[in-house]
Design a protein around this ligand. Structure first.
Ligand SMILES: [Zn+2]
Length: 390
């Protein structure tokens, strides 16, 4: 799969619905057809390979995404799609007929680089009412999702949300260092942390650095720097709280001028929505009461607000049981990144299986998980499907 959009540095550039994505989709489709799966494509280009079970009312979904970021690795996404295909092939080759219908899925635009929002395909699956809005979304060249889908021949006829999963499971690389550091085979993902992105604009007044007394200054950078220190204190006080001020723009950005404007972004994350709310409240209170903000006007814009997701206990327990059965070491953890399974979990019982990422690297060309690590992930997926099918 990594030949499509291959970079000389070893990674891939396979932006959603680009020619490289079409080529990857075509091969995935061919592999599914060779296995005898029934192919279905929905309005937003999500691809499904269907293996009918004995009971038409039950359905287990497995899969992930084939698109990548511009300088992406080979493993973020494809491990979940091709792992799902491998599980399906193993069942067929061993003449194991499931009670449930098994659906292998490739979700459109997980990465969100070409079109916003990310996880668009799974969002459309879980919220079919939003599909028409997503189809109108344009890339930076003014091409809509709808036209991009038609261009590559992946505008399907099936309505989004037609496939109703009783369970959904996604294998994914961890994209962090924890499993490798702890020498653990499998991460059993309990949920995904809440994310809140805020853009703050602080407005004060430019003034001469030599002649303006401290008491007369409206210094926006001083206010932001105090807020930054307070944010770190909050992270120490509130369980599992992370706050990152990752981007700032200071005006006029001159050595001898008190800065009149600062635009800063805050990335706030927590496993608990309640804890995150507490952090947001405390920051508000700080800006309303601290001296440094007394002559500063604050404008706020919420860029992203995604609540925490707790994965389904039945699916998590089935993954746990599979690890024990296979004698693989496992570790219960949360995901710091967003995934299709997190979106699907808002409508269907879902959970995730993580495998180690070398040096915790992801969204980079040197992303790596070994064949042995991937095989273990796929084995856990296979056994999880078998447990849930019972
Ligand atoms: Zn991914």
């Amino acid at each position: 799969m990594a030949q499509f959009g291959a970079l000389t540095s070893g990674g891939v550039k396979r932006l959603t619905l680009a020619p490289e994505d079409k080529a990857a989709r075509d091969l995935f489709r061919q592999w599914m057809e060779e296995l005898g799966l029934e192919i279905a494509i929905d309005e937003i280009g999500n691809m499904f390979g269907i293996l009918k079970g004995k009971n038409e009312d039950q359905c287990i979904g497995i899969g992930s995404h084939l698109d990548s970021v511009p300088t992406g690795g080979r493993y973020d996404g494809p491990v979940g799609v091709l792992g799902a295909l491998e599980v399906t092939q193993t069942l067929i080759e061993n003449n194991i007929k499931l009670n449930s219908t098994l659906v292998v899925a490739n979700y459109t635009n997980e990465e969100g680089v070409r079109f916003f929002p990310d996880m668009m395909g799974s969002l459309a699956h879980a919220n079919p009412n939003e599909v028409s809005n997503y189809l109108k979304t344009e890339d930076k060249n003014g091409i809509t999702v709808d036209n991009a889908l038609k261009e590559i021949g992946y505008k399907g006829k099936m309505k989004c949300g037609t496939i109703n999963y009783n369970h959904f499971i996604e294998i994914h690389i961890e994209q962090g260092p924890i499993l490798e550091e702890k020498k653990i085979d499998i991460g059993i993902v309990q949920g995904v942390q809440a994310i809140h992105w805020l853009k703050l604009t602080l407005l004060g007044k430019s003034a001469h650095a030599g002649t303006t007394p401290l008491s007369a200054r409206k210094d926006t950078f001083y206010a932001l720097s105090k807020l930054s220190c307070f944010a770190r204190e909050l992270c120490n006080e509130i369980d599992n709280q992370l706050i990152t001020i990752g981007s700032i723009d200071v005006k006029p950005n001159a050595i001898n001028v008190v800065p009149e404007e600062v635009v800063a972004t805050l990335d706030m994350r927590n496993l608990s929505d309640a804890n995150l709310q507490q952090a947001k409240n405390q920051l508000e209170k700080f800006m309303a009461t601290d001296d440094s903000f007394s002559h500063i006007t604050v404008q706020k814009e919420i860029l992203v607000n995604v609540p925490a997701v707790t994965f389904n206990k039945e699916v998590v327990d089935a993954i746990d049981k599979s690890c024990k059965q296979l004698d693989y070491s496992s570790y219960k953890m949360h995901s710091g990144a967003g995934h299709d399974a997190q979106i699907l979990a808002t409508r269907y019982p879902a959970a995730m299986i993580f495998i180690p990422s070398k040096n915790g690297v992801s969204h980079a060309v040197d992303e790596y998980s070994s064949p042995e690590q991937i095989e273990k992930g796929a084995n856990v997926l296979l056994h999880t499907v078998l447990h849930l099918d019972q």
